[in-house]
Design a protein around this ligand. Structure first.
Ligand SMILES: [Zn+2]
Length: 487
């Protein structure tokens, strides 16, 4: 389709942070064929034109870390440290089937699109009883919605009990943690074969899908799995995604296992590269920030999740000051619990402003908007995140006749501090209009919500049973948490 958006205020997110008003955008097929001043726009014919006088155009937001199976349990997980919370969250996955993964991804994807997100990285972990843990169903949901997606298949070949510093508490949680482990871990080669087949089956950028390896976390994988996953990603020119140093317990475990930081261990394995993105990256060591910058690795900041689970404050200002790349994510709905990127944007612009720190280095609206757009695109090799001629046509149009943009004082400041996603009017992904007047175009929203409610209802007996089993582990995990912070 050839589409013209005429007379719109364009936040390009290019290197000069150029704002063009009034500007025009022409979309030809799945690419932007013109982005510039309205008076120089090419003349038609166009199959469709949108009058942009009351609109703001920006690159579609890029949610750089989430877990789509978590949408069914939003709001109900306890606010507890990650290691305890994880036992409860995993309980919710045990009985999920393909149709539940579909419903969950549909729910989260719908929320994202309606609040201006056009691409998402889904670090997918589901149920081993399903083929590719159910990731195929999540991919189908995102294709049906028209949401661009990078699905990193979570790989982990170490028993869970060996990956957290349980100490003498190991005996107390023995049986239950082994049961958890058995439902998750698989042998190294089996994971690699699975991942290869997953990519072969689903990787199809023309269908909006990038499929890639997503080792769960450094300490949860053998060196062989980390190295071979990285080789696979490089060989196929794909991104790779890993959780890094989300909690202090993980940092401690890294020292116990490797005698270095988790990041330095990846460096010793020659895994660090510009195609690698590392979720959280909070508990890092001396020299790690420089390593991020030097290797072009992207740290993915998830402020809401980190606050919800008390994981800690990622050193975002230090990353930015060192010239390291930082992208932004919501994380899964079990620890956020919304999938609205405007929440993440606002939080990232607020929580780093701490008393007594160098205010010249507090995060600026421009930096935060870059995290939510161009930096995510670069991390995943997507030719998006910027409104410029030749880029993929992933565009979010916001109404400016809303309280958030009235009076219009400072566009970047208002996008970051005032907007909450409710001004989103039209969303275009890959040249297709997928949200119009704030509503999904290709799907009945009520039906999508009903599907999610039905799925949640079906898995409820399993969730209740598994939550009770997880509770038996809490005292030993709480003791571990106290010990980690008592050192
Ligand atoms: Zn995560």
């Amino acid at each position: 389709m050839k589409l013209l958006i005429r007379g719109v205020c364009i936040v390009t997110m290019n290197e000069e942070f150029e704002i063009i008003a009034p500007g025009s955008i022409v979309i030809d097929g799945n690419r932007l064929s013109y982005v510039g001043p309205a008076q120089s726009a090419p003349s038609g014919p166009f199959e469709r034109s949108i009058e942009g006088g009351r609109l703001i155009a920006m690159p579609g937001l890029i949610n750089s870390h989430c877990h789509s199976p978590a949408n069914l349990v939003r709001g109900m997980m306890p606010s507890k440290p990650l290691e305890i919370w994880r036992a409860y969250y995993r309980a919710s996955l045990r009985d999920m089937r393909e149709e539940d993964f579909y419903a969950s991804a549909l729910l989260g994807g719908m929320e994202m699109l309606k609040t201006g997100t056009t691409s998402v990285l889904d670090h997918f972990f589901g149920n081993q009883a399903c083929r590719f843990m159910g990731a195929g169903a999540a991919i189908q949901a995102m294709r049906d919605l028209g949401l661009r997606h990078v699905v990193a298949l979570t790989l982990s070949d170490r028993n869970y009990e060996e990956t957290i510093p349980l100490g003498s508490g190991a005996a107390a949680v023995g049986d239950e943690i082994k049961r958890m482990s058995q439902s998750e871990a698989k042998a190294t080669q089996a994971w690699l074969d699975d991942c290869e087949a997953f990519i072969e089956t689903f990787h199809a950028p023309d269908k909006l899908t990038t499929a890639c390896p997503g080792p769960s976390a450094v300490q949860r994988c053998t060196d062989e799995l980390l190295v071979k996953s990285a080789q696979m990603a490089r060989r196929k020119s794909l991104p790779m995604h890993i959780h890094l140093a989300e909690t202090k317990a993980q940092q401690l475990m890294g020292r116990q296992l490797y005698g270095t930081s988790l990041l330095q261990h990846l460096e010793s394995l020659n895994v660090l590269d510009s195609n690698l993105s590392l979720a959280h990256s909070i508990w890092i060591d001396e020299g790690d920030v420089e390593l991020f910058a030097g290797r072009g690795v992207t740290a993915v900041h998830n402020p809401a999740s980190n606050l919800r689970l008390g994981s800690g404050l990622a050193p975002v200002k230090r990353y930015l000051a060192a010239g390291a790349r930082v992208a932004l994510g919501t994380d899964g709905a079990a620890s956020n619990d919304s999938q609205n990127m405007f929440d993440a944007i606002r939080l990232s612009a607020l929580i780093h402003n701490q008393a007594g720190t160098d205010f010249a280095q507090w995060t600026s609206p421009r930096q935060v908007l870059m995290m939510a757009t161009v930096n995510g695109a670069r991390a995943f090799g997507l030719d998006a995140g910027v409104l410029a001629t030749g880029k993929l046509a992933d565009v979010t149009l916001l109404r400016r006749d809303t309280p958030a943009f009235t009076p219009l004082n400072d566009l970047a400041g208002q996008l970051v501090f005032c907007e909450n996603g409710s001004s989103v009017d039209t969303v275009i992904v890959n040249g297709e209009i997928v949200v119009e007047s704030g509503r999904l175009k290709c799907m009945n929203e009520q039906e999508a919500l009903a599907l999610a409610s039905k799925a949640r209802e079906r898995i409820d007996p399993s969730i209740q049973r598994e939550l009770a089993a997880a509770k038996t582990m809490e005292p030993a995990l709480a003791e571990m948490y106290a010990r980690v912070f008592g050192d």
